[in-house]
Design a protein around this ligand. Sequence first.
Ligand code: ADP
Ligand code: MG
Length: 217
Amino acid sequence: MSQQLTLALSKGRIFEETLPLLEAAGIRVTEDPEKSRKLILATNDPAVRVIIVRASDVPTYVQHGAADFGVAGKDVLHEHGGEGLYQPIDLNIAQCRVSVAVSAGFDYDKAVRQGARLRVATKYTKTAREHFAKKGVHVDLIKLYGSMELAPLVGLSDAIVDLVSTGSTLRANNLVEVEHIMDISSRLIVNQAALKLKRERLQPILQAFEQAARRSV
Ligand code: ADP
Ligand code: MG
C-alpha cells in the first residue's frame, strides 16, 4: 500500500485553524484554497496532500478511505455517526456550540410548558430530534442546508437548531438563544485501515497534532 497520505479538510475556519497543527508536524500547505479552484492541494511534503471537501462530507471521505484522515466538527460527526472512523484527538479548534434559538418575540418556555408542537428548522436533524425527545417536546423538523436564521423570521419555523459562537448572527437577525444543546470543537478522524497500514507515516503527524492541540487549550 502506498504511503501517500491524504488529509480531508473543509474550507474556512477548519482549514485555517488546522494550518498551525500541520505546521507543528512540519507540513505546510503550498496553496490557498480561498484563491485556488483546485480541490487537491500539495504540501511541502511530497507524501502528504490535502483535499478540500464540504464540512459534512469529511467523514464520508475518511470512512471510505478516499482520505486517510481528516478534521471534522463534533456537530458533523454526531449527525454522521462514527462508523469506520477512529477519533483519537479533540483538536480544540473551531469551537462553538449547538443551540436552540427563536425570534425575540416568541415565548419558548411558555410554548414548551403548554406542550405546543414546535416547528424546528435545522440542518442538524438527528441532534435536534434527540434533544427534543429527551425533553419530551413534540417537534416537526424542517430540514434546511443553510441560513437557518431566516426560517423563524419568515414563518417557516418557530425555532432553529444551529451553531452559535459569538451570537452576533443571531442578534443581527433579532433571534435569541434559548437552549444550549452541546459544545462543539473539531476532532481528528482517521480511517481505521489506514491507521494500521500507514501507521509509520501517520503516527508522527498524530503525535504532533496532539501536542499542538494540548498546548492551545
Ligand atoms: P458549511 O459547509 O455547512 O457552510 P461551515 O463552513 O459553516 O459549514 O462550518 C464547518 C464547520 O466549522 C462546522 O461543522 C463547525 O464544526 C465549524 N463551525 C461553523 N461555524 C462555526 C463558528 N461560528 N465558530 C466555530 N466553529 C464553527
Ligand atoms: Mg457556513
